[in-house]
Each structure stands twice: as structure tokens, then as C-alpha cells.
Design a protein around this ligand. Structure first.
Ligand code: DAH
Length: 334
């Protein structure tokens, strides 16, 4: 068969091909091992020396022609097939995907995790208590009787005559002792509520309560535990001061201060658990003693993240949340 005729046949075949399978078959028909063009190349050897170059060139041309044409056709077929899929499928899987923004933990959550991690490593377990609490657990059982001035300081949100939004995490002390008895080592992170709002107060905020009860626990144990904790939290050895203070549920009580660039900074409250509190929860104060502490999470976060206004923590501004991803956003005291 002469090459002209073969070319015509080839063009006709290409015109007829309507899908990728047809095209594949044609490739085999012409360029496969026993394909028509391949066979021609093989037969070149049978030609005389003088005829060979011309015939070889013509075969190469034909081969190139086929390859070019089938490539164009292949693109057309591919597009046709994609269009057909797009028409029948409701999801266009060929569209580029906008990558999802990954979430990040809120600074408050990170601070809670950081603190809990430390105390868990020291053998404390995590306890939980209700945010809608009874007056009894929030005040009475903590040695804060009805007419006690400390009640006024708490700016309590009452739900009804007996129930309120807990003003601190300290009621969990009582609940935990009733549940687990002495000896005991717990911390409780959680939300607390007070009717108060300005640059340093929000009506809802977070505290972590700590309580350790055992035989022969003394104030030295408390000092050691909290000093070590503060060194861990701020990542360096700090100057820590225990300043005498007053809480109805501890005796003696203290406020813990740390030395900042600007001077002493109040960080948390603590003390030895008041015998009345132990008695109320069914623990014999002659056998057991304990220490307790409470600290504000927002305050710790504010220091950790060098923030001026605590209210930023509650504005749901994603820029703040993504900033907390950056661990270089350093602690004020470092
Ligand atoms: N409950 C106290 C408050 O909200 C904080 C506190 C002080 C908790 C001393 C304690 C403690 O456990 O021993 O202000």
C-alpha cells in the first residue's frame, strides 16, 4: 500500500475515533508492534540502499503526522469526557480547593492545659463541679456564714433564693472531699461568675482551685508547691512572696506575689484549710490538715501573653487566637 493511501486511511480512522478507547486502539493499529507504520519501518531493510532514505523519511513523516493528530484528538476527547462528567455530577471535583484554616486553641484553654499538666504530673487529679451552685457549697460550707462581709465582696448572681452562679471554684473543695474523703489531691479548673465588669473584670472568668489534704501537711509544703509551680509556669526562677491575707476558708491565709519588672504582682490566694471547712466536709482536723489555693486564669493568661486588657480574651477576635499559636509571643516576665 502506498503511503498516501495509508495517510488517507489513517485520517479517516482518526476522524471516526470518538473516545479514548478508540484512540488507544488506533495507536495499536498504527504504532503497535505489528502496527501498520511499524511494519513499514521493518520492511525498510528490504529496500535498496538508494530507496531507503527517502522511504524512511516518508515513514517518519507519517508517524509524526499520526502522533500530532492523535495528540490533538486526545485533548479534544479528554475535554469532551470531562464535560460529560461535569454535566452528570453535581460536585465539580476539578475545581481548586481553598485550603481550610486550621483551628487553634484559645489562650485561656492553653493556660488551663498548661497549669493542669503541671499538677497532674505532681499527682493531682482533676475535679469538676456545677456552675449553678447552692449557697451552701459556695458560702456556708466554706466558713462564710450568711451575715459574713465576704459574701458582699463576691457580687453574686442569684438564680433563686438558694441557688447561684458560683463565684469561685472553692465549692469544689467541699464536693471533692465528700466524694473522695481524705487524703486527697485535686485541682479544679472552671468558670466562675461575678456581677462585675471593667478593664480588669469580666462577669464570667476562670479559676483553678487546688486542694491537698493529708496527715501532717504544713505551710512549708504549700510554699514549696506553689513556688515550684510559678517557676514552671513562667519558665524561670522567680522571686516569690507569701503575704499574710484573709480568706474565711483558710487559716492562716496568704496572697502570693511574684516580682515583676515593675514590682510585686499579686498572683493567687492560698492558705491552710480552715478546721471548720474540714469538719463540715467530714474530715477530722486533728488527724488531717491541708492547703488550698485559687488563681485566676485570665490573669495568668494576660501575663503570659503580655496583654493590657483582659476583655480582649472574650471578643472572639480570630487574630488573637491565631497569635496564641506563636509561642514566641513571650511571657512578660521572661
Ligand atoms: N476563692 C478565692 C477567690 O475567689 C480564691 C482562693 C483563695 C481560693 C485562697 C483558695 C484559697 O483555695 O485557699 O477569691
Amino acid at each position: 500500500m502506498d503511503l498516501q493511501q495509508l495517510k488517507k486511511q489513517l485520517s479517516k480512522d482518526l476522524n471516526k475515533a470518538s473516545n479514548s478507547k478508540d484512540l488507544q486502539d488506533l495507536k495499536i493499529k498504527y504504532l503497535g508492534k505489528k502496527g501498520r507504520i511499524s511494519l513499514l519501518s521493518k520492511d525498510l531493510g528490504k529496500l535498496s540502499q538508494s530507496e531507503r532514505p527517502k522511504a524512511g523519511k516518508a515513514i517518519n513523516h507519517l508517524k509524526k503526522f499520526f502522533e500530532e493528530q492523535s495528540q490533538i484528538l486526545s485533548k479534544e476527547i479528554e475535554q469532551k469526557e470531562i464535560n460529560a462528567i461535569l454535566e452528570t455530577e453535581s460536585i465539580d471535583i476539578s475545581l481548586p480547593v481553598e485550603s481550610e484554616k486550621l483551628g487553634n486553641l484559645h489562650p485561656i484553654t492553653k493556660t488551663i492545659d498548661k497549669i493542669c499538666q503541671y499538677f497532674i504530673s505532681r499527682g493531682y487529679s482533676i475535679e469538676d463541679g456545677p456552675e449553678i451552685e447552692s449557697e451552701y457549697f459556695n458560702f456556708d460550707a466554706l466558713n462564710i456564714p450568711k451575715d459574713h462581709p465576704a459574701r458582699d465582696m463576691h457580687d453574686t448572681f442569684y438564680v433563686d433564693a438558694q441557688m447561684l452562679l458560683r463565684t469561685h471554684t472553692s465549692p469544689v473543695q467541699i464536693r471533692s472531699i465528700l466524694k473522695s474523703k481524705a487524703p486527697l489531691k485535686i485541682i479544679c479548673p472552671g468558670k466562675v461568675y461575678r456581677s462585675d465588669a471593667d478593664q480588669t473584670h469580666t462577669p464570667m472568668f476562670h479559676q483553678i482551685e487546688g486542694l491537698l489534704i493529708d496527715e501532717k501537711v504544713n505551710f512549708g509544703n504549700l510554699k514549696h508547691e506553689l513556688t515550684e509551680f510559678l517557676n514552671y509556669f513562667f519558665g524561670k526562677k522567680l522571686k516569690v512572696r507569701f503575704r499574710p491575707s484573709y480568706f474565711p476558708f483558710t487559716e492562716p491565709s496568704a496572697e502570693v506575689d511574684i516580682m515583676d519588672k515593675k514590682g510585686w504582682l499579686e498572683i493567687m490566694g492560698c492558705g491552710m484549710v480552715h478546721p471548720n471547712v474540714l469538719k463540715e466536709a467530714g474530715v477530722d482536723p486533728k488527724k488531717y490538715s491541708g492547703f488550698a489555693f485559687g488563681l485566676g486564669i485570665e490573669r495568668m493568661t494576660k501575663l503570659d501573653y503580655q496583654m493590657d486588657d483582659m476583655r480582649l480574651l472574650f471578643e472572639n477576635d480570630l487574630r488573637l487566637i491565631s497569635q496564641s499559636k506563636n509561642e514566641d509571643f513571650k511571657i512578660a516576665l521572661r
